[in-house]
Design a protein around this ligand. Structure first.
Ligand code: FAD
Length: 383
C-alpha cells in the first residue's frame, strides 16, 4: 500500500488531520491500534474553553479553534452535539473573586468576551448553584462537543474525500531512507510506503517519537471523570471553580482537584477534574473520585442526592511549556508531530490539525506556528 501521508492515531487530532489533508487532495491513510477515539479523546470531556487559557499563543489558537468548531458543526453532515452554551467560572471567596476580576482587562484585550456575574446573576443563570458564592465571570464563547461523535464525524468526512481508515492497526516501526527521511510506516497490517508520517498518538506520542530516535518531553497527566445518572436539566452552562485554571496551568505532579461540571445532551452530568503525574496507571482511584464528588457537591449541593453511573480515567499529553507540539521534525524529514495538547486537545485538536495540514499542503497558515515548533525542545531537533 502507498499513501501521501500516514496518520498514527484516530483521536481528535488524527481524525481532524485526516479530514483536512484528504480534503486538501492527499492520499491519506489513518490508522489506530484500537478504534476511533480509542485513547484520550474517548476518556475526557468535550469542553471548548477560552476561559481557562492565559492570553498568549495558546489563547490565540483556542480562539481560532472555537471558530473552527462552529464551522465544522455547519460543514460536517453528522451531528456531534456542538453546544455553544457558554461557561461560568465561580469564585468561592471574595479574594478569588477579586483575582478573577483582575483578569478581565487582559482577557478583553485578547478579544475574549467576558462579563461579571453577581450572586443574583449566578442564581438566575444556574439556579442549582450554592447560594453562598460571591460571584463569578461569564464566558459566552465557551462551548461543548461530544468528542467521540466528533472523531467519528471527521473520519467519515475524511473517507468521503478518499481517506482510508485502518482500525486495530498498530504502528510498529518507521522505515527511513538513506537521508534519514520517512519512507514507510511498518504496521501490524503490513508496510505502507509514505514520505510523511504524522504522530497523532496523544499521550503515547512519546513512544512513537522514540521509534525514530526522538526524545519527546511530553508526559501523561492522569485525569478522572464521574458520569452521573441521566437527570433533568440541573446545570445549564459549563461551570467550573475559580481554581480550575490554576490546576490546568500548573506543573505540579501531586494530585490536584478542581470542580468542572457540565450536563450532556443525554442528561448525564460530567464531573471533573483531577490532574496527577503518575505515569500510565489506568486504575480508577476512589480517593480521587471522592475528592471530585466533594468539590462538585460544594458548588451544586443538589448533586449529593444523585447516583453516579460510572467513572473513568484518561491521560493528557503534558509538555513542559504547556503548549502543543505542531510541525515537522528537523532531525527526521517527513516525521510530523501534532501532540501535547494536555487538557485542551478537544478545543485545540481541529485547529492544530488545520495548521499542520496547511504546513504540509504549503498553504498560508491560520496563525504563526512558531510557538508550537518541535525544535523548541532540543531533544527533538535543534534549529
Ligand atoms: C479527564 C480528561 C478530561 C479532559 N477534558 C477535556 C476537555 O473538556 N476539553 C478539551 O479540550 N480537552 C480535554 N481533555 C484533553 C483531551 O481529551 C486530549 O487533549 C485529546 O483527546 C487528545 O487527543 P489526541 O488525538 O491527541 O490523542 P488521543 O485521543 O489519545 O488519540 C491517540 C490515539 O493514538 C492511538 N495510538 C497510540 N499508539 C499507537 C500506535 N503505536 N499505533 C496506532 N495507534 C496508536 C491510540 O489508540 C489513540 O486512539 C481531557 C482529558 C482528560 C484525560
Amino acid at each position: 500500500m502507498q499513501a501521501d501521508v500516514v496518520i498514527a492515531g484516530a483521536g481528535i487530532v488524527g481524525s481532524a488531520c485526516a479530514y483536512f489533508l484528504a480534503r486538501g487532495g492527499l492520499r491519506v491513510c489513518i490508522l489506530d491500534r484500537g478504534s476511533i477515539a480509542n485513547g484520550t479523546s474517548g476518556s475526557g470531556e468535550g469542553n471548548i474553553l477560552l476561559s481557562d487559557k492565559l492570553p498568549g499563543p495558546e489563547m490565540d489558537l483556542a480562539k481560532l479553534g472555537r471558530q473552527l468548531w462552529e464551522e465544522l458543526a455547519g460543514a460536517l453532515p453528522d451531528d456531534f452535539e456542538f453546544e455553544p452554551k457558554g461557561g461560568i467560572v465561580v469564585a468561592e471567596t471574595d479574594r478569588q473573586l477579586a483575582s478573577l476580576e483582575g483578569t478581565i482587562e487582559g482577557l478583553r484585550a485578547a478579544q475574549v468576551a467576558v462579563e461579571r456575574l453577581s450572586p443574583a446573576d449566578l442564581a438566575r443563570e444556574e439556579p442549582f448553584l450554592a447560594r453562598d458564592l460571591p460571584g463569578g465571570l461569564y464566558f459566552p464563547q465557551d462551548a461543548q462537543v461530544q468528542p467521540m461523535l466528533a472523531c467519528a464525524a471527521l473520519v467519515k468526512a475524511a473517507k468521503s474525500f478518499g481517506a482510508v481508515f485502518l482500525p486495530q492497526t498498530e504502528l510498529l516501526k518507521v522505515e527511513l531512507d538513506g537521508r534519514g527521511a520517512v519512507r514507510a510506516a511498518l504496521t501490524s497490517a503490513g508496510r505502507i510506503g509514505t514520505p510523511r508520517l504524522i504522530n497523532a498518538a496523544g499521550p503515547w506520542s512519546t513512544e512513537l517519537a522514540g521509534l525514530v530516535g526522538l526524545d519527546l518531553p511530553a508526559r501523561p497527566r492522569k485525569g478522572h471523570i464521574i458520569v452521573t445518572e441521566p437527570l433533568p436539566l440541573l446545570v445549564r452552562h459549563k461551570v467550573f471553580e475559580a481554581g480550575y485554571a490554576d490546576t490546568v496551568n500548573s506543573g505540579e505532579a501531586d494530585l490536584q482537584v478542581a470542580s468542572v461540571v457540565e450536563a450532556t445532551r443525554s442528561g448525564t452530568i460530567l464531573l471533573g477534574s483531577s490532574r496527577q503525574l503518575v505515569g500510565f496507571d489506568p486504575a480508577v482511584d476512589t480517593q480521587v473520585l471522592r475528592a471530585i464528588a466533594r468539590r462538585a457537591v460544594r458548588f451544586f449541593p443538589v448533586l449529593a442526592q444523585v447516583q453516579a453511573l460510572r467513572a473513568y480515567a484518561g491521560f493528557r499529553s503534558f509538555t513542559p511549556d504547556h503548549l502543543p507540539i505542531i510541525g515537522e521534525s528537523k532531525q527526521v524529514p517527513g516525521f510530523f508531530l501534532n501532540t501535547g495538547h494536555e487538557g485542551a486537545g478537544i478545543a485545540l485538536g481541529p485547529v492544530s490539525a488545520r495548521l499542520l495540514s496547511q504546513l504540509i499542503l504549503d498553504q498560508a497558515p491560520v496563525m504563526d506556528p512558531f510557538p508550537f515548533r518541535p525544535e523548541r525542545f532540543s531533544a527533538i531537533g535543534e534549529n
